[in-house]
Design a protein around this ligand. Structure first.
Ligand SMILES: [Zn+2]
Length: 346
């Protein structure tokens, strides 16, 4: 089914004081067709394009339409266990989820989500998002202090005294938190903005590489245009000095005719000028979408720009060097990139 009408919801918030990242907004869900494509249907095919073997989880349709609470449906736990094992993560759902995140300045409060079907839908999407990355990467993000990556499947989330609102914080992580986690709002029906989760997951990888001392920021900054520095401001990036100057598109994947020479394209869209973290996460988005869904329509030709290539390759090589990944898994990832970069025959 075509997913060409897919749009990513909202913008990320990143409080530089404590690196809580959250992708806010999200009223523009995928089209009905996209949502229908993700509706549970008896079994789930694990995402994988290219040469990756596909895998199926046993997950029969509910025996009774009455099943609604996750506690009454043993399939929820079984599916969670399978996906946890596959990716080396902990999936926390239902009443067991954490309710408070952030700090005094920016505290987020989450509610519980308890629908069995919704939780199962969400778990399949988590699997889809993580499967787009090289195998074994998720489990290697764990460290002695913060442990295994926890994936919280939450109900609606609100900030401070504001009432929780579905989709207000689709996904977020916090590098300063004692826990290594990725929190996802799966209300009201288990639907997840999968690319947003992948975007946040890219931040988690990035944080971890920095903690390990395995990312050379100086080298990275040299890949940007002369005189450029990140705006470091989530409010002004779209109207500031660098807006539209070096970006492929203005906002997400809104098609646009370049107003600059191809040699002056350094960012996917203006949001990438906010910070190096957002730059790298947005640079990987088209590759991840391609890995998940097999199409490159969200930013066609993007990886053919020389500076986009240099930056993407720098980041991909850094990931490859920082983690212990099987060569065949890196190969799948690399082949996908090279195809999009038009470096191999189609
Ligand atoms: Zn972000």
């Amino acid at each position: 089914m075509s997913k060409t009408n897919w749009k990513k919801g909202g913008v990320c918030l990143l409080s530089l004081a404590f690196l809580l990242t959250a992708c806010k907004g999200g009223s523009d869900k995928p089209t009905t067709a996209d949502t229908a494509a993700k509706t549970p249907g008896g079994s789930v095919t694990v995402a994988g394009t290219d040469t990756e073997p596909q895998e199926e989880f046993t997950d029969a349709a509910p025996t009774s339409a009455q099943i609604s609470d996750y506690k009454d449906d043993p399939q929820v736990e079984e599916l969670a266990r399978q996906v946890e094992e596959k990716h080396g993560i902990d999936i926390v759902y239902g009443e067991d989820v954490r309710r408070n995140f952030g700090n005094e300045e920016e505290d987020l409060r989450a509610t519980a989500f308890t629908s069995a079907e919704g939780i199962k839908t969400a778990i399949r999407s988590v699997d889809e998002a993580f499967s787009a990355f090289p195998k074994g990467l998720t489990s290697q993000l764990a460290d002695e202090k913060r442990g295994t990556l926890k994936v919280y499947l939450l109900g609606a989330v609100g900030q401070g005294d504001n009432a929780p609102e579905s989709g207000a914080y689709p996904a977020f992580t916090d590098n300063e938190d004692p826990e290594l986690f990725l929190a996802i709002d799966i209300s009201p029906d288990g639907f997840i903005n999968v690319p947003t989760v992948s975007h946040e997951f890219t931040h988690v990888i990035d944080f971890r590489m920095h903690e390990m001392g395995k990312f050379d920021d100086e080298g990275w900054n040299k890949l940007n245009p002369e005189g450029f520095s990140y705006v470091e401001n989530y409010e002004t990036y779209a109207t500031g000095e660098f807006a539209n100057k070096y970006s492929y598109t203005e906002y997400h994947y809104t098609p646009r005719k370049l107003t600059q020479p191809p040699e002056d394209v350094y960012f996917v869209y203006n949001y990438g000028t906010v910070s190096a973290l957002e730059d790298r996460a947005t640079l990987l988005e088209p590759l991840i979408i391609y890995r998940m869904w097999g199409h490159d329509t969200i930013a066609p030709g993007m990886y053919e720009f020389p500076h986009i290539q240099a930056k993407t390759e720098y980041f991909l090589k850094a990931i490859e060097a920082a983690f212990d990944l099987a060569p065949e898994d890196v190969e799948i990832w690399k082949n996908a990139y090279e195809k999009l970069a038009n470096k191999t025959e189609p």
